[in-house]
Design a protein around this ligand. Structure first.
Ligand code: C2E
Ligand code: CA
Ligand code: CA
Ligand code: CA
Length: 270
């Protein structure tokens, strides 16, 4: 009996140790990937829901993936949270920015705008603002070709620094989206203060809007609120045509999701 209890105790602890190791094991995996340049950028189009918003400029969200030593693609959900926790996200976000600046610099005539995700840690890193401003200077890339996606949780948590960051880059001509809107620690009071151009309505509302009246109303209310403030709206995770027609009915401006296109490698963009 005594030894039985010990065994259970031991097994429980070894599970705990194994879990702790598996998170810590990601640190060298991420730092090695950074050293060996084993990341790749995908991008996914964001398109107007109605003709009235049609424009010559193609708009994409940039999504990073890691490539492991066997050449397999590792999705960001696996390493971004670890990178955020262990202070490695700034390095990943800078890698992404360097790569996008290269693309923009070598395709000066393409009418493309890229929306880059920035973590809360990154926007509160004072050096990043200067890094981006210097990149515009050294590459000659037009700031109108770059957009940044910031989550409301990150923007609110680091409010003063986020405001400083957003204002400085908006002055240059960059655009901003508030990402995952409605899913985080939101306060509508803060939304009024944040000078963003786009609201991205969180995919969880889009996913359920056909079945759930409350989710449908959330989409419609967020859309209305955005428009009252002069902010364009984007629905993410649009997977079927009945969701798209509901978005049309509501008057959401832009849509992104598997229905329109899956994320594709940046290098495959025409
Ligand atoms: P996010 O910013 O909310 O990005 C949207 C996610 O939804 C992407 O997942 C995209 O592939 C996925 N998605 C797009 N359309 C659909 C759809 O119709 N259905 C469903 N179920 N999913 C769809 P992904 O690429 O795995 O990225 C996950 C998260 O990782 C992103 O969420 C973002 O928070 C983070 N992330 C990605 N790239 C970067 C980056 O370069 N820097 C930072 N800091 N975070 C990044
Ligand atoms: Ca995003
Ligand atoms: Ca999002
Ligand atoms: Ca998300």
């Amino acid at each position: 009996k005594e030894s039985g209890r010990n065994r259970i105790h031991f097994n429980y602890r070894s599970v705990e140790v194994a879990q702790r190791q598996s998170v810590a094991e990601w640190i060298p995996i991420i730092t090695d990937a950074l050293e060996e340049d084993r990341f790749v950028l995908y991008c996914q189009p964001i398109v107007p829901v109605t003709e009235s918003r049609a424009s010559k400029v193609r708009h994409y969200e940039v999504l990073v993936r890691m490539v492991d030593r066997q050449g397999e693609i590792v999705p960001p959900g696996k390493f971004i949270p670890v990178a955020e926790h262990y202070g490695l996200i700034e390095d990943i976000d800078r890698w992404v920015l360097n790569r996008i600046f290269d693309h923009l610099q070598y395709h000066p005539n393409k009418e493309q705008r890229f929306a880059v995700n920035l973590s809360g840690n990154t926007i509160s890193d004072e050096g990043l603002k200067d890094f981006i401003i210097n990149k515009f200077k050294s590459t000659g890339v037009s700031p109108q070709r770059l957009q940044f996606e910031v989550t409301e949780t990150a923007a609110i948590r680091h409010f003063d620094r986020a405001m400083d960051f957003i204002n400085a880059l908006k002055d240059l001509g960059c655009y901003f989206s508030l990402d995952d809107f409605g899913s985080g620690l939101s306060s509508l009071g803060y939304l009024k203060e944040l000078p963003v151009d786009y609201l991205k309505i969180d995919g969880s509302f889009i996913r359920n809007m056909e079945l759930n009246e409350v989710d449908y109303s959330m989409v419609s209310t967020i859309n209305h609120l955005g428009h009252i403030m002069g902010i364009s709206t984007i629905a993410e995770c649009v997977e079927n045509s009945s969701q798209l027609s509901m978005l049309q009915e509501i008057g959401v401006d832009y849509a992104q999701g598997f229905l329109i296109a899956r994320p594709m490698p940046l290098d495959n963009l025409g």
